[in-house]
Ligand binder design. Structure first.
Ligand code: HPA
Length: 273
């Protein structure tokens, strides 16, 4: 069975289990944000393990569910839990869910993540709109034979993160009085955090924040013609910026602390879509 056929099978399973018109908006919930899915009304929640071919994630803080429901009258599909390349998955696996959502007809693809702050104008707990990314994972999800049913061989990446959606996020944040930064997301493989020398390098090449997800999903979403918005929660300052070591618990604690503000911002963005 081809990759495309596996994506179709999973998409058909989601369609069958949710039994309704497919939402045009998808929201990928990063570390600590999985709880947002419980705010959906008329929700149908599907465990990843119930879906054919769907990859499982093993990381703490990622629970593994597709939820289809309504927020503020809009139909939405959320993914709580994603799999990462650092777990040993090929990028085709990492982006399987993105492919399924594209095939289901999602037009607006919102990615959230936890990231380390490189730019010292960011602080722990800040929220950042991703203006662009630098793919330093050493890989690309489009490597291999191109399936034209998904998109073209050489997709344009001039505006991965939609200007319209970035401006819409600003308007939503301003209306709420929530401070919202902007910056460039440097995507690395992980799973070890960066060294202070690597962080100085990332700053020199224009990185404002660093993380281990998002770039592969954003590339695939653009490949399929979806409009992408990326939002980072700066859960910690990157290595060497503060005189203290990094710790995944700190990442989770900050994500949890900021959750209320992040959820409010997401709600205000969804309202404006
Ligand atoms: N580096 C990489 N990924 C991250 C970080 C970080 O400092 N914080 C949260 N995800």
């Amino acid at each position: 069975m081809t990759y495309y056929d596996r994506v179709l099978e999973a998409a058909n399973a989601v369609r069958k289990m949710t039994g309704s018109a497919t939402p045009e908006i998808a929201l990928v919930l990063g570390s600590g944000l999985g709880g947002f899915a419980s705010t959906l009304e008329d929700a149908r929640s599907i465990r990843y393990s119930e879906l054919p071919h769907w990859p499982q994630s093993s990381v703490i803080g990622h629970e593994g569910r597709v939820v289809v429901g309504t927020v503020g009258g809009k139909r939405l599909v959320t993914l709580s839990g994603r799999c990462h390349a650092y777990e040993g998955h090929p990028l085709a696996t990492v982006t399987f869910a993105t492919r399924v959502l594209g095939v289901l007809g999602v037009k607006t693809f919102i990615l959230t993540n936890a990231a380390g702050g490189i730019n010292t104008s960011l602080s722990q707990g800040a929220l950042m709109v991703i203006d662009d990314h630098i793919n330093l994972t050493g890989d690309n999800p489009l490597v291999g034979a191109n399936d034209e049913r998904f998109g073209v061989r050489f997709p344009d990446m001039t505006e991965v993160y939609s200007l319209r959606l970035r401006q819409l996020a600003d308007a939503a944040a301003a209306a709420l009085g929530v401070p919202l930064s902007h910056g460039i997301y440097a995507g690395l493989l992980g799973p070890s955090y960066e060294t202070p020398a690597e962080i100085r390098y990332l700053r020199a090449i224009g990185g404002d924040a660093v993380g281990m997800s998002t770039v592969a999903e954003a590339i695939v979403a653009r490949h399929m013609g979806m409009e992408v918005l990326g939002l980072s929660c700066i859960t910690n300052m990157a290595a060497g910026i503060l005189p203290q070591p990094l710790d995944h618990n700190e990442v989770m604690e900050t994500a949890h602390r900021v959750r209320g503000r992040f959820v409010a911002l997401l709600g205000a963005i969804l309202d404006r879509l």
